[in-house]
Design a protein around this ligand. Structure first.
Ligand SMILES: Cc1ncc(COP(=O)(O)O)c(C=O)c1O
Length: 427
């Protein structure tokens, strides 16, 4: 294998040499995949030799146990190095290197992302995050005074605030339905949303998987029913993409927005918006473009000057993701979740607000310490164990949201479970 020094000594530019060096982590992931080619996802989920290769692909602060991967995630080294490389290149002469060399490559990112999501590239706009993607749909869809939007009271705060602005500005109405956590069944969720559609309903907006408890919704059932009633569907997939496997054809929605700096592990400031082709022309951009662009999905990317590094490094994140494989990743995440959740559940001192049914959840799981207020428990996790977790305080329940990632070790999971047991008995 060529060493880094030999590479540099051979007169290759520093940036290229570093790229080859850091790409070794991708090669290690590929080698680990080749060694385990025949392993079923469920069997590989507990193969620590395989997962230690993945863990070492990251440059983390291991003095912390980061169980908030629901916020945003660290990128693997190979992604972060690419991101920095593109920034360095841009800075040589941005008007040339960034605009002429790097920016046009957004088209190959679009092609690969669309293939992973399962839509046509002409239906996919690359955005800076899920908020931007969803707000393009929420603010760009024509609605008039009196029209109704149906959503849930567990949708993301910013998205609910966006609808609220339309209530104040355009006189629309918003109906927010409630549902228990965990719900009795996925059919119950579908019935609640579909049942809420009334004569004035024009849009149904809901999460593919919620950020509060990680509840997965029966998206296709709901979208098909909405379409049959002439209602457009906006699905908030901020936490879904590259978290567990699915394709666009299994969703059937009109608009879909996701972040890529969460489960795809792409650089911070990346997301995408899917718009079903027949809806593109009628959807206004957040930032206006010439009328001649009306049918072009790229009209949603007209945001003025912005870095090309972020969106181009999505490609490396896709390669890293493919190197693991969607089904294997989801199986590992469920394995990690089950390891701590079943241990805590057995003590009788906790309430788990997330269904353990694999169809209804994956890495995200919210747990309440019955005898200790949530804020206090989260503070103790941090103060005594340097564990990062997120307090969730909803009008109808509260708990600690725990989100491990592919880089999380069993030791970290067990330390968390141990800490929670101690917190539950200390007061
Ligand atoms: C359900 C949900 N929707 C939307 C968002 C917004 O994502 P972003 O911050 O990437 O714009 C989040 C962020 O956590 C979320 O959890």
């Amino acid at each position: 294998m060529i060493t880094r020094r030999a590479f540099l000594g051979a007169g290759t530019s520093g940036a290229l040499a570093l790229a080859a060096f850091t790409n070794e982590s991708l090669a290690r992931v590929a080698a680990a995949a080749a060694r385990t080619r025949d392993a079923a996802p469920a069997d590989l989920a507990s193969d620590e030799t395989y997962w230690s290769e993945i863990q070492q692909a990251f440059t983390l602060d291991r003095t912390l146990i980061n169980l908030n991967n629901g916020g945003c995630c660290p990128s693997p080294r190979v992604v972060h190095e690419a991101f920095k490389r593109y920034l360095d290149l841009s800075n040589q002469a941005p008007v040339y290197h960034m605009w002429q060399i790097l920016e046009p490559n957004i088209e190959s990112v679009r092609r690969r992302l669309a293939a992973e999501f399962g839509c046509h590239p002409e239906e996919m706009a690359i955005t800076r995050n899920a908020s931007e993607a969803l707000q393009i749909a929420q603010l760009g869809i024509d609605l008039k005074s009196g029209d109704e939007v149906v959503t849930t009271n567990q949708d993301y705060g910013r998205m609910l605030d966006t609808w609220d602005q339309r209530v104040r500005r355009d006189g629309i109405t918003v109906r927010k339905i409630s549902f228990p956590v965990p719900p009795p069944s996925m059919d119950d969720l579908a019935d609640r949303l579909i049942g809420a559609i009334g004569p004035k309903t024009k849009v149904l907006h809901f999460c593919h998987i919620t950020n509060l408890t990680g509840q997965i919704f029966p998206v296709k059932t709901i979208c098909d029913a909405a379409r049959a009633k002439g209602v457009k569907t906006i699905v908030d997939g901020a936490h879904a993409f590259a978290h567990f496997p699915y394709k666009a054809s299994e969703l059937g929605c009109d608009y879909y927005g996701t972040s890529l700096h969460k489960w795809l592990l792409a650089p911070i400031g990346t997301g995408f918006l899917y718009v079903r082709r027949e809806n593109i022309e009628g959807l206004w951009g957040l930032q206006p473009t010439a009328a001649s662009r009306a049918k072009d999905i790229r009209k949603f990317e007209e945001i003025g000057t912005h870095p090309a590094a972020n969106h181009n490094a999505i490609s490396e994140a896709l390669s890293f993701h493919d190197g693991i494989g969607s089904a294997r990743k989801a199986a590992r995440l469920r394995f990690l979740r089950n390891r701590w959740a079943s241990r805590l559940q057995a003590t009788g001192k906790f309430r788990i607000h997330t269904s353990m049914d694999p169809a209804q959840s994956c890495a995200i799981c919210t747990v309440q310490v019955l005898a200790v207020p949530t804020g206090k428990a989260v503070q103790q996790l941090w103060d005594k164990w340097r564990i990062i977790a997120t307090p969730i305080v909803h009008a109808e329940y509260e708990g600690i949201r725990v989100t491990p990632n592919v880089y999380t070790t069993l030791e970290e999971i067990d330390t968390f479970a141990e800490a929670m047991e101690r917190i539950s008995t200390a007061s």
